[in-house]
Ligand binder design. Structure first.
Ligand code: DGP
Ligand code: NA
Ligand code: NA
Length: 210
């Protein structure tokens, strides 16, 4: 694996409506307009065949058992492993909206076993940094469009948040908690500063696996 001048792998995680999509887009735009090669990705990627099944599940037009949908979400990340590896190794920074941690958080929130949920993620790339956009659930559920998809229910989101909180506490080396209840501009300033430091450090570190 080439390690010189590789891109950084940055993940944004958080509950539904925590601002990940806007913030990851802002970061992507900031990097590209400042001359850093970058790509903006989002999981689940609903564009593949697996992704289209996931979409039907999320829109409540298809029922699947908990284990099956868990493995499909994971498979959807595996579909992009080679592409992500190539981009990082050729110097492109990846800004990824959700990743394996959503995989674990949403399934553990259903009562599934943590280690079972993490197992299919083993061997995927490990991010250089996870920015956890954290805000009170009562604040998130007031946001536009909340409640349209399967998981967008208050009690369920609280359970998801508990899993993210636990991951953030356990993986302090690369998880960064961001106060997502601040204005978009303030949140972005926090993310931008942290991201630049991550980009600098990642250049000298080999890519690792989960
Ligand atoms: P989004 O497109 O980011 O709004 O995600 C759609 C929904 O799917 C959202 O409620 C979070 C959930 N989700 C994302 N990734 C996973 C995953 O790997 N497993 C499960 N069970 N849910 C996920
Ligand atoms: Na959503
Ligand atoms: Na999103």
């Amino acid at each position: 694996m080439r390690t010189a001048k590789r891109g950084a792998f940055i993940v944004l995680e958080g509950c539904d409506r925590s601002g990940k999509s806007s913030q990851s887009r802002l970061l992507y735009e900031f990097l590209t307009s400042n001359g850093y090669p970058a790509k903006h990705m989002h999981f689940p990627s609903r564009t593949t065949e697996i992704g289209s099944t996931i979409n039907s599940y999320l829109k409540n037009s298809k029922e699947l058992n908990d284990q099956v949908i868990h493995l499909l979400f994971s498979a959807n990340r595996w579909e992009f492993l080679k592409e992500m590896q190539n981009l990082l190794n050729t110097g492109t920074t990846l800004i990824v909206d959700r990743y394996s941690y959503s995989g674990v958080a949403y399934s553990v929130a259903k009562g599934m076993d943590f280690d079972w949920c993490m197992a299919p993620e083993k061997g995927l790339l490990r991010p250089d940094a996870v920015f956890y956009l954290k805000a009170p659930i009562d604040y998130l559920i007031q946001r536009d469009d909340f409640g349209r998809e399967r998981y967008e229910k208050k009690d369920f989101q609280s359970k998801v948040a508990n899993v993210f909180d636990r991951l953030c506490e356990e993986q302090t080396e690369f998880w960064h908690s961001i106060d997502a209840s601040q204005s978009e501009a303030v949140v972005f300033e926090d993310i931008r500063l942290k991201a630049m430091s991550v980009l600098n450090k990642a250049k000298h570190k080999p890519l690792c696996l989960l």
